[in-house]
Design a protein around this ligand. Structure first.
Ligand code: ADP
Ligand code: MG
Length: 142
């Protein structure tokens, strides 16, 4: 069988970095079979947060989401593995921690629907766009 590696964009959100849970999040991603191939801790500007979540700009939670994502540093990272986009979403769990399956990051660490500890790209197409949003090609290993 040919195993095709895929990459996805992951963010450790402010609620997790603030509680010193970056390592806990990464450990769960690694235990699930994903590898970190690029990683940077950054305080998002308002403009960056608005642009990154532009798809949600007409949703009622958009302004609060932008404020939350700029409230503390985040860790942006590229994950690699087989079926990485889907696998990352599985390891993350449902958007609302109350609805997330046991053993997922959001069930274990999430605080609320907004402060749910992690972001993950939702499709291979968006993964490519989101990786390019945060990382230059020269920062990514082959
Ligand atoms: P996901 O992060 O699971 O892909 P969405 O793309 O729908 O979820 O939403 C992006 C982020 O916006 C969520 O992770 C969460 O932080 C926040 N969010 C989503 N829906 C709500 C909501 N109804 N109220 C507050 N925040 C929300
Ligand atoms: Mg999403």
């Amino acid at each position: 069988m040919i195993v095709t590696k895929q990459r996805t964009l992951s963010i450790v959100k402010p609620d997790a970095t603030k509680r010193n849970l970056t390592g806990s999040v990464v450990a769960m991603l690694e235990a699930g079979g994903l590898s970190v191939v690029a990683q940077r801790r950054v305080r998002l500007s308002e403009a960056q947060a608005r642009a990154f979540y532009a798809v949600h700009k007409d949703r009622p939670f958009y302004e609060a989401l932008v404020a939350f994502m700029t409230s503390e540093p985040v860790v942006v990272q590229v994950l690699e593995g087989e079926d990485a986009v889907k696998k990352n979403r599985e390891i993350m769990g449902a958007t609302d921690p109350k609805e997330a399956d046991e053993g997922t990051i959001r069930a274990a660490l999430g605080m609320s629907l907004e402060a749910n500890s992690v972001h993950g790209s939702d499709s291979p197409e968006n993964a490519e766009k989101e990786i390019a949003f945060f990382f230059a090609g020269c920062e990514l290993l082959d």
